[in-house]
Ligand binder design. Sequence first.
Ligand SMILES: [Fe+2]
Length: 187
Amino acid sequence: MPDIMTPFGLAIDLETGDMVAATNRLVRRASDMRGYYADAEALDRLIQEQDDPLHYEVFELPVPPENGQLMYCISKLQPGQVGQEFFMTKGHYHSVSATAEIYLCLAGRGYMVMKTAEGKWATEEMMRGRMVYVPPHWAHRSVNTDANETLVSFCVYPGDAGHNYGDIEREGLGKRVFQRGGDIVLE
Ligand SMILES: [Fe+2]
């Protein structure tokens, strides 16, 4: 018999996403996002003029990264734009591509932008109380389209899924989300 893990519980503030028990905090600043936005010069200006602002954070209290476990996290994506493109996460496939993920949005507004390696793409709206199911084999990225509010979501995915960022860094997500004359536009 394998070692049996001890059950546990923890608190998550459903307004702010604060997970006090988290031991891991992944921080992405604007400078970590070089190469991801359409307007590289606008990103450089943002880094210089706003002293490399916080872009997004992921909070975890990790469980063993094994088949059968469920990894979970809180993601907080700041509001803002790089040129006319809304702030977004890097986006990734899972290293074990055939693994799904659930995102439950707790605050803010935005989109989950998704694509397959074959070039299919999809978006789902994110807003408080809305869940998005990302099926196996779909790369995924969240985009914050609110002017002021942080986009907060709770995610759950298989413990052995892992993250593959490199493919999306090279090939992009297929669609970008811009503010064009007051409208939110996918291009
Ligand atoms: Fe994921």
